[in-house]
Design a protein around this ligand. Structure first.
Ligand code: C2E
Ligand code: CA
Ligand code: CA
Length: 925
């Protein structure tokens, strides 16, 4: 079948046509032949059967004639004397006609079967007993005319058939028999039918069916031949059984014969007329051969015609195929195929041409797309390469490849990544593994080597692709050197302080947390040393931030120099540093000593004078220390403890170190409790205002300072010195301050209605968080509006320290508030570091000489000088000057002599509840 498919269409169609034609012509020839043979056979059969019937009838007649002759002769012999042999002989010889019927002669026997007379006399039968012959037995014993079986004659040396009839005397007794003999070897009536002369090849056969013996045959030697035993020749058995008709069979000689059978019942014989079928059907066979020959010629003709026609019809198709092949091989531009003379092929060409158009369009689209992707490939900033899987050789690389690896495109041809030294065989194996079964890997971080030997980190993404049937790998390599550097930098920034490059708070907390865990696990202790620079703000304020920064860097260096390797120095921010000491003794006292030694070293280091770009600076630090590692805890805990200890050191006079101790913890707890109570006090309105009069040189009350008091139901009066700092720390000062302002303004409003007190002013203390808050200006405005207090009577007291930060914004706010009519006093003046330039710009109305100067004004000439300077300053800036903390008349007089004419202090009055204040003799103290 494969072979057939492999043949050309032309050959196949031709073969198929031939096959069909052959089948039709040959089968019809065959059928015709068959039909003809059958029809002719029928005709032939009828004829031959007719011949057989005629022969049978003839023989039957002849037999009957002989029987009749025999019987009438026997009747005439009845009168003869059976003892007179000569008489019988004469009698026999007289009947010449009778003699002619039996060519083998005739004879008369007596009753015992002994021949008495015989004709012709040459056959000497006299005295011979024939009683053993069946025909004689039939005649003598059964008294019937009987035929004998063909036998060899006793006196005639030839096959014979005899018949006999009884001779009866007048009484009817059988006295003898008359027998006639037919010599089968001589011409006789049995073969005189002449049939054998009609047919050259045919045969005529007479068979004694009863005795299974051939009586007559064209081949004389077969006469007397016995038929084989039953079952050997089935057809012979059928004939013997009485079959009449036609039959074709292969005879004993192996020749197929066409036989017609007729029975001769009277004799128990049958006649078979036979002709070899080859001969019988010779004309038909000849005709059949004729037909086959014609069929063959016709078939060949048809084949040739088909072949020729196909060759002609397929020519345009082949021409088209050649044109297509040329087109495909790119010999011709993608143009239309030429039309041919064949309509069918033309419609095919039309279809192909529209396909070509479509193809051309697609090709154009493909070209565009290819150009696009090629551009994308070329201009990709990453290195893009395509390599064959087979041998690893590069097929193409882009400009990015050249830029990143340094290899030019031409240099990569025929090379592999290994041969260029871009990677090693191990790298290839790693990539192949990464590609996995799905043939893709994304952002594999690897190292690659450039032409100049530079080894760099890269992200590699690879995909298996097939290019023109060739398995390839497309690889995009991104040089991430910069990216990594940036990432490292970011990491650095995230964990280091940008000024000192020390670890920052975050990194410290990480390490501390780890250190705690380590210490607990290994049973040793660690220490956290919290360092806060003393007076750093002053340095910043007086020398500028540049110098401050320089000093911080210097501090960082000195700290780093003071510690062991493996310990950590970190900057928490501002002027706060932390040193983390790890792996100290497991013994608390020993560990504390180790930590103290380091801390003292640090103290010494930091108290060395430093040169900050020409400016000499004497710094110092306060240090808080705590141990950790005796228990698992959060890193914030040791840090908080060290911080507290640091505050303790500050409180202890700075430039010193302090260990965290539990008592301090208790104080902290107390503070926490205080805060909670204060919140409650705010809601429960346990706060009230006391007022301390401010007087002139005549002792007349000009106004009061409002001072907040906390009436705690359990603890009684709580001093503002105890809770104001905490309120400022926690932010509670905001609601508290608002309450104070509101209460004072209500009071102002009240007094405005009273003739004696309408001129009283109220000074309200404002803390840093209040004025630095977003809405302080609005708050003041709103309170004035709400309470209806005269703004001119409200004075706000600010401290110098409040002016340290956000000076510009503070000035702006003060100016805005001053525009409302409110005035400002600078509290605690002389303790801070207000520079004169600031003072000039502040919209102030009053300077308040601090209590500390007033206290020793009579003893310490420095304080006297300061007081004098403040008065002079006030005068020159056009500001009023008031002294607070005046406790004695001497102090008042001293101040007066310096030119300070307003006073506040116990000498005049302590801060008083409203009722007591109003109970004072109006206007006087
Ligand atoms: P300050 O503003 O300097 O207030 C003056 C303090 O000196 C008051 O203490 C007052 O009782 C006290 N004092 C007055 N005359 C004399 C004297 O002759 N000798 C002595 N030794 N002391 C005298 P107080 O009332 O305990 O207030 C302490 C601080 O609490 C105030 O100092 C102020 O800074 C703050 N404070 C009080 N009330 C408020 C408030 O309502 N708001 C804000 N922000 N702070 C307030
Ligand atoms: Ca004050
Ligand atoms: Ca004060």
């Amino acid at each position: 079948m494969r072979g057939f498919r492999g043949l050309s269409l032309r050959t196949r169609v031709t073969l198929l046509t031939l096959a069909i034609l052959l089948t039709i012509i040959w089968s019809s020839a065959f059928i015709t032949g068959r039909t003809l043979q059958r029809d002719v056979g029928e005709v032939l059969g009828a004829q031959q059967l007719g011949t057989a019937a005629i022969i049978a009838a003839t023989i039957d007649n002849e037999l009957k004639e002989r029987q009749h002759a025999l019987e009438s002769m026997a009747t005439s012999l009845a009168k003869a004397d059976m003892h007179d042999a000569a008489g019988l002989q004469r009698e026999l010889a007289q009947h010449l006609v009778f003699q002619n019927l039996f060519n083998g002669g005739s004879f008369i026997t007596q009753a015992d079967g002994t021949a008495l007379a015989t004709m012709p006399v040459t056959v000497r039968r006299q005295g011979v007993n024939y009683m053993d012959r069946d025909y004689l037995q039939g005649a003598l014993r059964a008294g019937q005319t009987s035929f004998g079986r063909p036998v060899m004659g006793r006196k005639i040396a030839a096959p014979v058939i005899a018949m006999a009839t009884p001779i009866r005397d007048a009484q009817g007794h059988i006295v003898g028999a008359l027998a006639g003999v037919i010599n089968l070897s001589q011409s006789n009536f049995l073969d005189s039918s002449g049939y054998n002369q009609i047919s050259k090849t045919g045969n005529y056969l007479l068979v004694d069916a009863r005795h299974r013996v051939i009586i007559t045959d064209a081949r004389k030697q077969r006469v007397l031949e016995a038929l084989p035993a039953p079952g050997v020749r089935p057809w012979a058995d059928r004939f013997i059984a009485g079959f009449e008709g036609n039959l074709t069979f292969v005879n004993a000689a192996g020749v197929e014969v066409f036989s017609s059978i007729k029975q001769i019942p009277a004799a128990g014989w049958y006649v078979a007329v036979q002709i070899p079928t080859a001969q019988a059907f010779a004309p038909i066979t000849a005709m059949q051969h004729q037909i086959w020959l014609t069929a063959l010629v016709l078939t060949l003709l048809a084949g040739l015609l088909t072949w020729g026609m196909l060759t002609r019809e397929l020519a345009p198709l082949q021409a088209t195929e050649r044109a297509l092949t040329a087109l495909r091989q790119g010999q011709d531009a993608l143009g239309h195929l030429p039309l041919t003379r064949s309509r069918e092929v033309n419609s095919l060409i039309d279809a192909i041409n529209s396909l070509i158009d479509e193809l051309a369009e697609r090709q154009a689209a493909l070209n565009e797309s290819e150009a696009l992707y090629r551009t994308a490939f070329r201009t990709n900033p990453d290195a893009v390469s395509i390599g064959r899987v087979r041998d690893g050789q590069f097929i193409d690389v882009n400009d990015g490849f050249t830029r990143i690896y340094g290899w030019r495109r031409e240099e990569t041809f025929g090379q592999t990544a290994e041969s260029l030294g871009i990677w090693t065989a191990a790298d290839r194996a790693a990539l192949v593994e990464a590609l996995g079964p799905d043939g893709h890997c994304q952002d594999l971080e690897v190292e690659r080597r450039a032409k100049n030997g530079r080894v760099f980190s890269a992200l590699v993404s690879s995909t298996r692709v097939t290019l023109a049937g060739e398995p390839c790998v497309l690889t995009v390599t991104r040089d991430i050197t910069e990216q990594k550097a940036v990432a490292e930098q970011i990491q650095q920034l995230a964990y280091t302080d940008p000024l000192t490059y020390l670890p920052n708070r975050r990194l410290l907390m990480d390490r501390l947390q780890q250190s705690i865990a380590n210490s607990v696990r290994h049973h040793w202790l660690g220490a956290l040393v919290y360092i806060d620079l003393d007076d750093f703000k002053t340095l910043n304020d007086t020398q500028g931030h540049d110098k401050g920064d320089l000093f911080l860097v210097e501090v960082a260096d000195r700290l780093s120099a003071s510690i062991r390797r493996g310990d950590t120095v970190a900057r928490l921010g501002g002027d706060e540093f932390v040193v983390l000491l790890e792996h100290l003794s497991a013994h608390i006292d020993e560990a504390a000593t180790q930590a103290r030694q380091v801390a003292e070293k640090i103290l010494t280091a930091l108290s060395q004078p430093s040169q900050l770009e020409g400016v000499a600076h004497h710094g110092s630090a306060s240090i808080g220390i705590t141990l950790f590692g005796d228990q698992a805890e959060n890193a914030t805990e040791p840090l908080r403890r060290a911080d507290l200890a640091m505050y303790q050191a500050k409180a202890a006079g700075r430039k010193t170190l302090c260990f965290f101790d539990p008592q301090m913890q208790a104080r902290i707890s107390a503070r926490v409790a205080l805060e909670a109570r204060m919140r409650e006090a705010l809601t429960q309105q346990h706060f009230e205002l006391h007022y301390q009069p401010q007087v002139n040189e005549a002792g007349q009350i000009l106004g009061v300072e409002a001072l907040v008091r906390w009436q705690d139901p359990q603890r009684g009066m709580v001093s503002p010195a105890d809770f104001i700092p905490l309120a400022e720390e926690t932010g509670l000062i905001l609601p508290l301050g608002a309450w104070v302002l509101e209460t004072a303004c209500k009071q102002l409003h009240d007094w405005a209605q009273q003739r004696d007190r309408a001129h009283w002013k109220i000074s309200v203390n404002v803390s840093a968080r209040q004025i630095h808050g977003d809405d302080f200006v609005d708050q003041v405005k709103a309170v004035l509006l709400r309470t209806g207090a005269p703004a001119q009577k409200l004075m706000l007291e600010l401290t110098e320290s409040l002016l340290v930060t956000n000076i510009e914004a503070t000035i702006a706010k003060m100016t805005a508030i001053k525009a409302l009519g409110v005035s400002f006093s600078l509290d605690d003046f002389g303790t801070g570091f207000s520079s004169l330039s600031y003072l000039k710009r502040l919209p102030l109305d009053e300077l308040k000489i601090d209590r500390s100067f007033v206290r020793d004004i009579l003893i310490d000439p420095n304080d006297t000088a300061i007081a004098r300077m403040v008065v002079a300053l006030g005068n020159s800036l056009g500001l009023a000057v008031i002294a607070e903390g005046v406790e004695t008349a001497a102090q008042r007089d001293a101040l007066a002599s310096l030119g300070c004419l307003r006073y506040q202090g116990y000498y005049f009055s302590k801060p008083l509840p409203l009722a007591q204040l109003e109970a004072l003799e109006t206007g006087r103290v």
